[in-house]
Ligand binder design. Structure first.
Ligand SMILES: Nc1ncnc2c1ncn2[C@@H]1O[C@H](COP(=O)(O)OP(=O)(O)OP(=O)(O)O)[C@@H](O)[C@H]1O
Ligand SMILES: [Mg+2]
Length: 267
């Protein structure tokens, strides 16, 4: 079975794309066959993973083309990325033309990747439309990263309201992932972080385990923008040493597989 994970939020800039990339890298480093789906018109994932030659190919091979007919095999629209073990179905501006397709089309096409990939990670754009609903219906897990601010909270509250209405199985598969959690303040009795963690908890939002909460660190730019490896070990040469982020990513990756993942010291 291929697990489908959709990163969705109506608020932009909460870390969906960065976390999706790191999750994909961790899973691929553990030997899992990873497929990514870029469902954001902004094309961030596609530009991250593909060079100019491959971007050119995605004019034909992309998510909009794949969704064009339910008879299509999703595998026919996959392109390899520069990252071993990670393939991609790219985005395209023409996704905007798909706003009237059935919101369950992608779900019905998931069997075509079964057996070929272990995990399919979909990065959504920050809204709530048919394209996003396709990713949500197809998902085994929906992850909504949030920051410690009121706009993020409101975006989470929006999903808490509409998901039970719109998805058959929303209970048990939607999770809030705190992004920007600082362990230095985790025992503080008051302060912005303490207040927001309490607000998210008291609202009954399903939070991912604390070990998966992401720290806010400028090192993430080294990993994504400069494609450097991350490590939680001191002595891995060339890799960015960031134990908290390394632990968060590896813990998050572990949530989606039944067996314990064997993740390298650097990935
Ligand atoms: N844990 C983090 N530590 C430091 N910076 C972060 C972290 N998470 C996200 N960022 C920064 O926040 C910005 C938004 O992140 P990202 O693009 O992943 O969010 P997004 O939800 O995909 O946004 P968009 O709506 O643009 O698709 C980026 O500049 C990224 O570097
Ligand atoms: Mg994004």
């Amino acid at each position: 079975m291929c697990k489908v994970i959709s990163f969705a939020s109506i608020k932009g800039g909460v870390g969906r794309t960065h976390i999706a990339i790191l999750l994909a890298r961790a899973a691929a480093a553990a030997g899992k066959r990873v497929l990514m789906g870029d469902s954001d018109l902004n094309n961030s994932l596609s530009f991250h993973f593909l060079d100019d030659v491959m971007i050119e190919k995605t004019k034909k091979l992309n998510l909009a083309a794949a969704l064009g007919s339910e008879e299509n095999n999703l595998c026919d629209y996959v392109v390899p990325t520069s990252n071993p073990g990670i393939d991609l179905i790219a985005s395209t501006p023409y996704l905007a033309d798909m706003r009237t397709i059935s919101e369950k089309r992608l779900k019905r096409m998931i069997p075509t990747i079964s057996g070929k990939y272990d995990i399919f990670i979909i990065d959504c754009h920050p809204t709530y439309d048919n394209i996003v609903l396709n990713a949500l219906h197809a998902a085994d897990y929906i992850i909504t990263p949030v920051l410690m601010d009121l706009f993020s909270y409101n975006a989470a509250a929006f999903l808490a309201g509409v998901l039970p209405r719109d998805l058959e199985n929303s209970a048990g598969n939607w999770y809030i992932l705190l992004n920007g959690f600082n362990r230095r303040y985790e025992d503080s009795k008051s302060g912005r972080q303490t207040d927001f963690v309490k607000l998210y908890q008291d609202s009954g939002f399903p939070l991912t385990p604390k070990e998966t909460w992401f720290p806010w660190t400028s090192q993430i730019h080294q990993l994504i923008d400069y494609r450097r490896k991350i490590t939680g070990e001191f002595n891995v040469s060339g890799a960015v040493f960031c134990p908290e982020l390394y632990n968060a990513v590896t813990e998050l990756a572990g949530c989606f597989f039944d067996e314990t993942l064997s993740i390298p010291e650097a990935f």
